[in-house]
Design a protein around this ligand. Structure first.
Ligand code: KIV
Ligand code: ZN
Length: 518
């Protein structure tokens, strides 16, 4: 880094735009965990949610605002008084708060969505920014669908919101329509044509519909954008947003081109990716840049030979610089509670209560008995299970599960649950052992849910790896992800199903009447 280099602000919107991916909804506790991880990674701004959207969103933004001390916490608001007031209220406890207000500026959005004339749009944007300034000096204005907006109109509205007090101007390619050269040119033109452009930070927010979100963001950085909005693993609405890890590592690796730097602790990238993937149940494709399992694997003999002679032959980044080395053996069955707690703290995992720590520790001991080597990723999964249990009411608990699976026979499961403290037993057959186990649970609980996704991933390599199961459930428009991890994937599946049921029903269960349908 040179002293003349600019700082590139990293604005993470995993908790807001990321959560808008169908099926990626997160609980308040999960959002706090991710926010703390982002803070640990030294993200500058964390967009925690859209407070007016629901009571749950409001509470999550308020909880993140209270939990995060180092980063700025941001709440999204349409350019409406009620939205801005709600965002201001949710952010009251933040050490550093930003309100991000937006209104659409493209002809197609103004005409068909807003049904407003351009003059009225400018007036409303100015009103929104002024109102947001009542709550904080840090106000971001976004011209939604800027990528398809008229440049003269963008100059006009940005000029007006600067005068009204906006400190960051965001240029979203909302529908992922732009191409890198074109988008970079838009930023250049805006900076040249808006009189007070040097008084504000230009930001970009690119969607990935044509697979160009990162390329467009980087082109904008070359043209002087100094904030990039992005998400872990590129999560986000439709095809997603620009991926944080790709933007950060491109700027770092090609410093010769970008002449700017981020404050990100890149060694936290892989742990953050794993955490977000575990919580949302969105697996990371193996060939995903930076965080995919194969991103640093050299298969071809000629590559392996080259890397052994000199790693720069085929590697432009070091795996350990993005956190891959974190997956080392840490603890064994003789490790004590203090060593366990210390390692969790190093991973950024902290339990609120001694009960939660104790329950995580007894899980760890059980795991260490089954598996000789306990890795950091195992600890992350174990923490996810413990946090889920602590966060919800956990009306349903798995007491025991017995499954018989034999070639030529129909799998049969018997499950014993605790339902609000009462023991209940059910049994069922199924197409396979997992199906039988889940049906046995259904024979006890009338959940009324629809299974939207079932996925299982190995946490580490080896046949003694824990299987991490995600089960996505839907009910009356609500979607949740249940997680479970165990060296036995049938048990992990039952745990994930119960975790999902606990979340979706928030402890409110109807037992199936004996022998009848509900
Ligand atoms: O994609 C978009 O335009 C947005 C805005 C709210 C910034 O997410
Ligand atoms: Zn977006």
């Amino acid at each position: 880094m040179n002293s003349s280099d600019d700082r590139l602000i990293i604005f993470d919107t995993t908790l807001r735009d990321g959560e808008q991916s169908p099926g990626a909804s997160m609980t308040k506790e999960e959002k706090i965990r991710i926010a703390k991880m982002l803070e640990r990674m030294r993200v500058d701004v964390i967009e925690a949610g859209f407070p007016i959207a629901s009571v749950g969103d409001f509470e999550a933004v308020a909880a993140v605002a209270a939990a995060v001390k180092e980063a700025t916490v941001c709440g999204l608001a349409r350019a409406l008084e009620k939205d801005i007031d709600r965002a201001g209220e949710a952010l009251r406890g933040a050490s550093s708060a930003r309100i991000h207000t937006f209104i659409a500026t493209s002809p197609i959005h103004m005409q068909h969505k807003l049904r407003m004339e351009p003059d009225a749009v400018v007036e409303q944007a100015v009103m929104a920014v002024k109102r947001a300034r009542r709550y904080t000096d840090d106000v971001e204005f976004s011209a939604e669908d800027a990528g398809r907006s008229d440049l003269d109109f963008l100059c006009r509205i940005f000029d007006a919101v600067i005068a009204a007090g906006a400190t960051t101007l965001n240029v979203p390619d909302t529908v992922g329509y732009n191409l890198p050269g074109q988008f970079g040119d838009t930023i250049k033109q805006l900076r040249e044509r808006i009189p007070n452009s040097d008084k504000v930070i230009f930001s970009v927010h690119c969607h990935n519909d044509l697979g160009l979100a990162v390329a467009n963001s980087l082109s904008a950085v070359c043209s002087g954008a100094r904030q990039v909005e992005c998400t872990i693993n590129g999560l986000g609405e439709r095809a997603g947003n620009a991926s944080l890890e790709e933007v950060v590592m491109a700027v770092k690796t090609r410093h010769d081109v970008f002449h700017c730097y981020t404050n990100i602790d890149t060694t936290q990238i892989v742990p953050s990716s794993r955490l977000v993937s575990g919580i949302t149940g969105f697996p990371v494709q193996p060939n995903k840049a930076i965080v995919g399992a194969n991103a640093f694997a050299h298969e071809a003999g000629i590559h392996q030979d080259g890397v052994l002679k000199s790693r720069e032959t085929y590697e432009i980044m070091r795996a350990e610089d993005v956190g891959w080395s974190a997956n080392r053996m840490v603890l064994g069955k003789h490790s004590g509670r203090n060593a366990f707690k210390a390692r969790l703290l190093e991973l950024g995992i902290e339990f609120d209560s001694t009960d939660a720590l104790n329950s995580a520790f007894s899980r760890f001991k059980e795991l260490a008995d089954k598996k000789h080597e306990v890795f950091d990723d195992d600890l992350q999964a174990l923490a996810t299970t413990t946090f889920s249990e602590e966060g919800g009411k956990e009306a349903l608990k798995l007491l025991s599960l017995k499954v018989c699976s034999e070639s030529g026979e129909v799998p049969h499961a018997v499950v014993t649950l605790s339902v609000d403290g009462e023991e209940a037993q059910g049994e069922a057959t199924g197409g396979g052992p997992v199906d039988a186990a889940l049906r046995a649970i259904d024979s006890i609980v009338a959940s009324g849910t629809e299974l939207l996704l079932y996925s299982v991933n190995n946490i580490t390599s080896g046949t003694d790896s824990q299987g991490e199961v995600t089960i996505r459930l839907g009910k009356e428009g609500k979607i949740v992800n249940g997680q479970g991890a165990d060296t036995d994937i049938v048990i992990a599946s039952a745990m994930a199903y119960l975790n999902g049921l606990n979340k979706i029903n928030s402890g409110d269960f109807r037992l199936r009447p004996q022998g009848g349908d509900v």
